[in-house]
Design a protein around this ligand. Sequence first.
Ligand SMILES: O=C(O)COP(=O)(O)O
Ligand SMILES: [Mg+2]
Length: 236
Amino acid sequence: MSFRAVLIDLDGTLVDSVPDLARAANIMRVEFGLVPLREDVIATFVGKGMENLVHRALSGSLDGRAEQERFPQALDVFRDAYHEVNGETARIFDGVLEGLQAMKAQGLRIAVVTNKPAEFTGPLLERIGLRAYFDAVVSGDSVARKKPDPDPVLHACELLGVTPAEAVVVGDSMNDASAARAAGCRVLLVPYGYNEGRDVHAIESDGIVSTLVDAALWISQSQVLSRTTVVPPAPL
Ligand SMILES: O=C(O)COP(=O)(O)O
Ligand SMILES: [Mg+2]
């Protein structure tokens, strides 16, 4: 089997977006009379989409839920604040540009598959200068269910015209790994992202890659292996 596509997570894999997310979450907390939370605490709240981030940031805990009557207003405040700051202090992780270039050079098609809502994904990719690398973008509200459900991964495969077996997911969390596995894709994880405060080494995957450069290398080496192991000996 040779790979034809890479499906890459956004927050925590391509971009360190926590400084902006934390600013928006803290603007919301202050509006509700709460003290701001540390960035590293808010980092653990990222991964299951905007609504979950707002629930977690307002309650101050990973499993917490905002009070029902407060939630719609909190979501509005967060959304407005994040529109203001999205992309302002976010930065591209080391190795991302080189990794994307190496993937392109291998002829791979590349998609972003993120739980971030589309209203923020497009502007962030544009502002940070990454949009041109991608053949498709699937956001948290592009399909009915987000990662860890397989839907966004399957949708990205469809948009790129590849089968799940021809695609490698690269992400930073169990949401990426579970979505990839449920869709039937291989999955590589980076150790520098968020993963809701847990160690990525504890998640079942096809490998931990230190950067996207290593992900590109893993894919090119797998192609060589598949060619050398699959090609039958020439007839006599
Ligand atoms: O919006 C989130 O919760 C995180 O998005 P991600 O899927 O790009 O990590
Ligand atoms: Mg992520």
